[in-house]
Design a protein around this ligand. Sequence first.
Ligand code: S3P
Length: 198
Amino acid sequence: MSDGPDAPGAASVHHVVLVGMMGSGKTTVGRRVAAVLGRPFADSDEIIEARTGRTVAEIFAAEGEPAFRAIETEVLAECLAAPEPTVIAAAGGVVLEADNRRRLIGAGTVVWLRVPVGTLVARVAGSTHRPLLDDDPAGTLAELSEAREALYLEVADLTLDASQPLDDVVGLIIDLVHQREVRVATEGSGGQVDEAAR
Ligand code: S3P
């Protein structure tokens, strides 16, 4: 394996990355976590839409899923290369691509927002901006959830039950980030806790 900047553990900037299925709350939770930590927030779908001037649904319809995945991979790599610690909501499908998974491992604190399929179905009901859910949302969410479980697990530092109340999910993530960052600072200073990381 290469020792380049994409190698696991090579990230020098400690991002917080939220992964999980459509409807798991990545954007909502991510915005709140970023506000509490006072860090910038990036949402991969929003960046793609701003950059292309098209919605995700329009890209799927005009160019197909593989073209969307290629842009998604590019955007995720850019988010992870940000020089500032950032809270990143990574769209549900980023884990499909092996390169993305490799980049996510070692990117900082990766949190899998895990939500039972029944709750996902209820949360996405009525939304029209997710092209994969146009037909049979319940069946598709069940199928994708099962197919992706191992992939989310592979990249996650922490798995959280994100069907809990929003405040609890946000609080747990903040606690985890503080613990991990104090640990990293401690290891990096030969045992001295870096007060700035608290
Ligand atoms: C997708 C998730 C969506 C969006 C696209 C495909 C997926 O983002 O990128 O509809 O394959 O899981 P969210 O996870 O933010 O809904």
